[in-house]
Design a protein around this ligand. Structure first.
Ligand SMILES: Cc1cc2nc3c(=O)[nH]c(=O)nc-3n(C[C@H](O)[C@H](O)[C@H](O)COP(=O)(O)O)c2cc1C
Length: 260
């Protein structure tokens, strides 16, 4: 009897499934801004797109600082942490026709340890759609621009560039040094999209999440991923302001705290 490993037909099915899966690689580095990453991840999953996620060692600190979540890459450890981070159950994004939620989550999201340079995204032969680095620290910007590949995140970004796939880098720092600006120009000239974490205010500023989602939505636009994360400019000055309650009023239009 032929073993599954030696069965050409079974292997072909496996290869086809991998080629069809073609995830977006999402690299989260140790800059402030883990909510941007969460919003991008939600947007990709909402669009039904598979994700391979790499969280740098430094990003564990920012994640802990900004969300209280202690990130662990190990099998069985990350699904709960990711669900907490994204604020929703991963099962909600699995295809309704799949009864095996665990298998479906595995097809949708794979998490690779940042130290695991043997993981799929380390090689150009691993099929991906491209990569989004969000947020991108100045250290990661430098590492990608200089081709250091000091961890899986940087190696996957280097692979994305060398394969001519789409690389979107979302730097978060203020102010920038001259060195970082030069590294960003290098990335731009190498074909990456540099999409600064710089929210526009024309889409409405109901809360901080709206500003986060604006950035994530524009990042997904750059990736060609359909999304409804923010209100698009429609050629009408002040349109976003008409949607929100006037200061000092509550939702039903009455004046708050008037005692009337
Ligand atoms: C709480 C916290 C916030 C940080 N915020 C930023 C930031 O906004 N931008 C940045 O470039 N680095 C920031 N850093 C520094 C990076 O984490 C540090 O440079 C690290 O080496 C980046 O490693 P990585 O690029 O491999 O993730 C922050 C560090 C901590 C602990």
């Amino acid at each position: 009897m032929t073993s599954p490993a030696g069965d050409p037909a079974a292997n072909a099915v496996g290869v086809d499934a991998e080629l069809a899966r073609r995830p977006w690689v999402v690299g989260v580095s140790g800059a402030s801004g883990t909510p941007y990453a969460a919003s991008v991840l939600r947007g990709l999953l909402a669009a039904g797109l598979p994700v391979d996620l790499v969280v740098s060692r430094a990003a564990r600190l920012t994640l802990l600082d900004e969300t209280g979540i202690a990130w662990r890459d190990g099998p069985g450890a990350w699904p709960e942490a990711l669900a907490d981070w994204l604020g929703t159950s991963l099962a909600g994004w699995t295809r309704p026709d799949r009864d095996e939620v665990v298998a479906a989550v595995d097809a949708l999201v794979r998490v690779h340890g940042a130290d695991n340079l043997a993981a799929g995204p380390s090689s150009g032969s691993y099929p991906t759609r491209g990569m989004i680095v969000v947020p991108a620290s100045t250290a990661t910007v430098a590492g990608i621009a200089l081709g250091l590949s000091k961890d899986l995140l940087q190696r996957a970004a280097d692979v994305t560039l060398k394969e001519g796939r789409q690389l979107i880098v979302v730097p978060r720092e203020m102010p920038f040094t001259g060195a970082t600006l030069r590294h960003l120009v290098t990335l731009h000239d190498a074909g990456a999209v540099v999409a600064a974490a710089s929210p526009g205010f024309y889409a409405g500023v109901a809360d901080a999440q709206a500003l986060v989602d604006f950035v994530a939505g524009r990042v997904l636009d750059a990736a060609g991923v359909p999304n409804v994360l923010f209100r698009r400019w429609a050629g009408e000055l002040g349109a976003a302001r008409t949607d929100r309650p006037r200061p000092g009023t509550v939702d039903n239009g009455t004046t708050a705290g008037s005692g009337a």
